[in-house]
Design a protein around this ligand. Structure first.
Ligand SMILES: *Cc1c(COP(=O)(O)O)cnc(C)c1O
Length: 393
């Protein structure tokens, strides 16, 4: 059998054969969603204040191993404000993987800062600490505790490790690099709610983190995001800035900064509270699905299932196939055939430095990112496909 037929056969042995496309990832509403939404509507508090926002913030923080949470309108806004309160200014550079969703770069650009793209590692698909160190040794210098890019003359203010598809970045090695090149660490934990690096949840591994609750993520609020941190000062500033920077007063409208209306509506938070109650179920279902795929792909030649490294526990947000190097030239024809067979399959993102608005940005050698871009595919990963395995077993 050729690789195309083999893949379709093995994937369908897990998810079944279907007359309509099996989506990559759909949300599940199996808990108190309807009850809490109705309660929210009946309360009249559907918009920018309400008790569901408070509960949601507490729960998101708790699940992320952080003391504080700030609910916002989406993950991109969360990233932008996390960077802002971490001290990123217009004209600064922010290190991030070239292999990420465009929001990481956009959030940086919205602050007037400049994305600076670095390479990824094969074992995590996230930033490669070794090549980061080599790159910084080449282009950066530290003066009075501040890291500068000596080739552009700009300050390097922060780094954004992205936990790709839920797999945690090698944070210990990354932090050892940052100890020599000081800068803020802002996690892009948009995809990694429920993932752990050693004993610690993603979102608690840097100074501050951004999470997304978009409809395609493991838990959704329809659209939404959150900032989580253990730093009370950062949390307070983030809450203030995302709620129009209004000072508390019985009636007067006094604002002390150029704030943002990035609040999460109470209606979305109500949905989110019900969703978060099911995070444990979702994680179990997605693990069952991953295990079923692992069994089905056993002995397959030409592609293998990406597996998180020892010590990490991924939330299995999107199941990832990695083509062998000699099969990379078949990627586009595989995409065509699998999607034709109703097995929704997607490539990983186009590297950031190839997008027209980011071609001119500074970047490191991107050898591994280029290799991963050519070989990574995502296959149907919805939690309900895991429920199917439960029934089979
Ligand atoms: C989804 C996502 C974001 C942005 O979140 P939105 O809620 O869609 O704005 C940022 N980074 C990564 C890696 C993402 O997957």
């Amino acid at each position: 059998m050729n690789l195309t037929k083999e893949l379709i056969h093995r994937i369908q042995s897990v998810i079944g054969a279907h007359k309509a496309p099996v989506p990559l990832h759909v949300p599940e509403f199996q808990g108190r969603e309807r009850e809490l939404l109705l309660d929210c509507i009946n309360s009249g508090w559907v918009s920018s204040v309400g008790s569901y926002v408070d509960t949601f913030e507490e729960e998101v923080a708790r699940l992320s191993g952080c003391a504080h949470g700030v609910a916002v309108s989406n993950g991109t806004a969360a990233l932008q404000i996390a960077l802002l309160v971490s001290g990123v200014l217009a004209g600064d550079e922010v290190l991030m993987p070239a292999l990420t969703f465009v929001a990481t770069a956009n959030a940086t650009s919205h602050l007037g800062a400049v994305p600076h793209f670095v390479d990824s590692a094969h074992d995590t698909m996230g930033i490669c600490p070794a090549s980061l160190r080599a790159h910084l040794e080449k282009i950066a210098e530290v003066k009075s505790g501040v890291t500068w890019n000596s080739t552009t003359g700009r300050r390097i203010a922060a780094i954004v490790p992205v936990h790709v598809f839920g797999c945690p970045v090698n944070m210990n090695a990354l932090k050892s690099v940052i100890s020599d090149w000081p800068m803020a660490v802002v996690e892009d934990a948009a995809e990694s709610l429920g993932s752990y690096y050693h004993k610690n949840p993603c979102g608690s591994l840097g100074g501050i983190a951004a999470i997304s609750f978009n409809g395609n993520k493991i838990i959704t609020t329809g659209g939404g995001g959150a900032i989580v941190t253990n730093d009370l000062t950062l949390a307070k500033r983030a809450k203030h800035l995302t709620t129009t920077a209004k000072l508390k007063h019985k009636w007067a409208f006094i604002h002390d900064d150029v704030g943002y209306n990035y609040r999460m509506p109470n209606l979305n938070a109500a949905l989110g509270v019900a969703q978060l109650e099911q995070l444990g179920d979702r994680l179990k279902q997605k693990q069952l699905l991953f295990d079923a795929y692992a069994k089905a792909f056993n002995g397959l030649i030409g592609a293998k299932l990406f597996t998180a490294p020892e010590g990490s526990k991924t939330n299995n947000w999107l199941v990832t196939l990695m083509l062998e190097r000699d099969k990379a030239d078949q990627r586009d024809s595989l995409l065509e055939s699998l999607n034709m067979a109703n097995v929704t399959t997607r490539p990983i993102w186009t590297l950031m430095h190839k997008l027209p608005m980011y071609v001119g940005c500074p970047r490191a050698d991107l050898t591994t990112a280029i290799d991963l871009e050519a070989r990574v595919l995502n296959i149907p990963s919805s939690a309900k496909l895991g429920v199917l395995q439960e029934n089979v077993a």
